[in-house]
Write a protein that binds this ligand. Structure first.
Ligand code: 2NL
Length: 343
């Protein structure tokens, strides 16, 4: 190429157009190589300087070097633009809207047994009962002895007790009456408690699980009658089921109450017409109740001539099954979220 000013101007003009028209950093770096690289056209022009003489040679050399600096300047400016554009594009792609609400963690809900147990407890606390708790691994005395069931009493077989640590007489409580015994011992009436909790019996069927939940209620005062007991149970049933629920009391025997009764409620699914839940009878078994046996009071250091009381007990699980339409008790304890999500 001829070392003259016309060629230089033309090259610089082309370089500027290509640099300013480069649409990517890659295209820009290619343009740089074309004009400023070792084999670039401005470098080539510089090499052709040998064609010139003396002062002209010096002047042309300076002109080419000045042109190279000018092109470097345009390249740097264009590089800044292209990098800025790329950063904008990246930021745009990862846009974060800080005004969006946060992602809520998945929320569970209370287990159906807990829901029903709390509903029951709320009813009794509104009636002035307090809530008591006690151990699930219990002594023979608190589960049986204090409840007027001596060692040879058949109730121990009937309830099919799980014994633990055989020899020391510990067992899994078969009812929450142990709580009442513990709460009553060493206290002076009047008092009223409810005791909800897990109990254990050797039993397995669609309606029976070896672990289930019971709530017992217990009231001691003077001049307490069976009429008071019925009034409390009616109010409870009508809170739990419906305002027109009827109860049926039938004489029964428990070692810890006298007199004793088992109670049924009118079937709320068929309105006493007869269905599969009440097996056509219109009545559903609910639990048991009675006036606390004088020997139970005595055993806890309470004078039965001065104080009387009533007690009752029922399972929580069955009410939960009926309330939520759960057909098999096992479904309550398997932790299958497909079941639990429906209640
Ligand atoms: C049932 C029957 C019942 C009691 C529980 C009780 C407790 C003490 C003294 C006297 Cl400390 N009685 N509790 C009384 C009658 C029946 O439960 O069918 N439960 C599932």
């Amino acid at each position: 190429m001829e070392a003259d000013a016309g060629n230089l101007d033309e090259l610089v003009g082309r370089a500027r157009a290509e640099v300013e028209g480069a649409e990517s950093l890659q295209a820009l770096s290619e343009a740089r190589a074309r004009y400023l690289g070792k084999k670039g056209s401005l470098s080539g022009l510089l090499r052709s300087i040998g064609q010139l003489e003396g002062e002209e040679r010096a002047r042309f050399g300076q002109a080419v070097n000045a042109a190279k600096q000018q092109v470097e300047g345009w390249i740097a400016a264009r590089k800044g633009e292209l990098e800025g554009r790329e950063r904008e594009a990246q930021l745009g792609a990862r846009r974060l809207d800080i005004t969006l609400p946060g992602a809520a963690p998945p929320a569970g809900h209370l287990h159906p047994i807990t829901q029903v147990a709390r509903d029951m407890v709320r009813f009794f606390t509104s009636m002035g009962f307090s809530v008591e708790e006690g151990p699930e691994v219990e002594t023979d005395w608190h589960n049986f002895g204090a409840l007027n069931s001596p060692p040879e009493h058949p109730a121990r077989d009937e309830q099919d007790t799980f014994y633990v640590d055989v020899g020391k007489g510990h067992l899994l409580r078969t009812h929450t009456s142990n709580v009442q015994i513990r709460a009553m011992t060493g206290r002076t009436p009047p008092f009223r408690f409810v005791a909800p909790g897990r109990v254990y019996r050797h039993d397995l069927s669609p309606k029976h699980s070896p672990m289930f939940h019971q709530i017992e209620g217990f009231l001691v005062d003077d001049r307490v009658t069976f009429g008071d007991l019925k009034g409390v149970l009616y109010a409870f049933a009508r809170h739990l089921m419906s305002a027109d629920t009827e109860l049926r009391f039938r004489a029964n025997h428990f070692p810890f109450t006298e007199p004793s009764a088992e109670m049924d409620y009118s079937c709320f699914l068929c309105n006493r017409e007869g269905c599969s839940v009440c097996k056509g009878t219109g009545w559903v078994e609910w639990g048991g109740c009675g006036m606390i046996h004088p020997r139970v009071l005595e055993g806890c250091g309470i004078d039965p001539e001065r104080w009387q009381g009533f007690a009752f007990g029922m399972a929580i699980d069955r009410t939960a099954m009926l309330r939520f339409g759960i057909p098999h008790i096992r479904l309550l304890f398997e932790g299958d979220v497909r079941v639990l999500e429906q209640v």
